[in-house]
Design a protein around this ligand. Sequence first.
Ligand SMILES: Cc1cc2nc3c(=O)[nH]c(=O)nc-3n(C[C@H](O)[C@H](O)[C@H](O)COP(=O)(O)OP(=O)(O)OC[C@H]3O[C@@H](n4cnc5c(N)ncnc54)[C@H](O)[C@@H]3O)c2cc1C
Length: 467
Amino acid sequence: MKYDLIIVGAGPSGIFTALELNRKKPVKKILLIEQGKSIEKRRCPKDKTKKCVNCRPFCNITTGFSGAGAFSDGKLSLSPEVGGDLPELIGYNYVQELIEYTDKIYLQFGADTKVEGMDSREEIKEIRRKAIEAGLKLVDCPIRHLGTEKAQEIYQEIEKYLFSRGIEIKLETKTADIIVDNGTVKGVVVTDSLNGDLSEKIYGDNVVISAGRKGADWLKSLCVQHGIIHKAGTVDIGVRVEVRNEIMERVNNVLYESKLIGYPRPYRDKVRTFCQNPGGFVSQENYDNNLAVVNGHSYKNVKSNNTNLAILCSHNFSHPFNEPIRYGAQVAELLNMLGDGRILVQRYGDILDGKRTWQNELSRSNVVPTLPDAVAGDITSAVPYRTMTNILNFIESLNTVVPGFAAAETLLYGPEVKFYSNKVIINKKFETNIKNLYCLGDASGWTRGLMMASLMGVRMGQILSNK
Ligand SMILES: Cc1cc2nc3c(=O)[nH]c(=O)nc-3n(C[C@H](O)[C@H](O)[C@H](O)COP(=O)(O)OP(=O)(O)OC[C@H]3O[C@@H](n4cnc5c(N)ncnc54)[C@H](O)[C@@H]3O)c2cc1C
């Protein structure tokens, strides 16, 4: 059997490629390969065990049909300024057009029609005034919030739709390698993702790799092995911060998500807020290399008393060291070691006082951690000095915009590391230097969010429909 298109990874970028190509050219034979399970079988045992049991061979939160998107908070950022570098590649205005087009597809599959951050112009002005006073930039970004449970329903509808349209989906199947002959991709080699054997070659005219953050290390090894041109990008390292809703109330109500960027003294590195979850929950993700990293999400209907958001610092390297993924992983590993394999949490006031946080001290605060199995400790023992200084100075600035943010009881969880480092060099049609091999989404290093990954998939489908 030979396919017109083989897609590796059924995250948003992969599934929107299949969806759009099928809509434009239903005759094309498409195979979607995903190492995880179907969306309805993806279950995190933590609901019952109350703590992460490190599922093997993969974590159901980050792996399976709809990728990291299924259990994500489902916030669609409707601005070209957020979620990756695609505007550099295909132009700002074109990305805006694709956002509008892709957003309509989400609406067709049942997304909430409400868009946050569009009303309350006067209040937004006041928040921006405070941001300017604090030396921060407020980025305008309307948000369509799907919510974790609704995101799962939407992606399940897309899964059913793709099946109904005759797209073949091979689940629990891992792509181990690509087949390249004379500078042209010819197909892939797959194994059973549960036991790793049963190697099989599958042939296709075009191969799209959309393996997500999860597959970034694997893609890097493919680049080295097959001479796919790539360059090291940045790694973002930081913490997830949690405060009571009362502290964030104004920003939550007016903007839902505040996208703030600063370049604090003395290093002037870029530091930004990311993935804000009003009434949300801090969560843990596990990567294949045994790393436990922190994240956050919020449900549409079930709300906590807290708001969480990430504060991330970009790291760039040059000569003689240029392996950002390895650097980020080592920082995360160190934090995991101090937390005995679990996420560490520390109070902001304790950091300023130069002491670790003890478990019993957490119950003295207004803010109760929404990640109950996080271990109280000392994140400053593992986060590099430069990163920690950036974070602390940024929190001080944020306190001007959100009074109370820098309270002693504010919780900092670590490690929050975003592994979108290696950037595959692609042309405007997303093709690599290997003919008919395309790279998309978070794995390609060009996106870092649901909307950008989805629209890159949509554009890929359109490009392939014209081939
Ligand atoms: C907890 C959490 C919350 C988030 N919240 C938001 C949010 O609110 N808003 C937002 O914009 N973004 C959010 N994100 C980020 C967003 O989910 C990602 O940017 C997006 O899913 C990227 O899409 P993708 O298609 O590139 O990759 P992914 O969604 O990561 O999908 C890649 C898929 O490829 C599969 N795969 C990897 N390697 C292989 C292989 N070798 N063989 C077969 N299959 C493979 C993986 O199992 C995975 O299913 C969140 C992420 C997480 C983890």
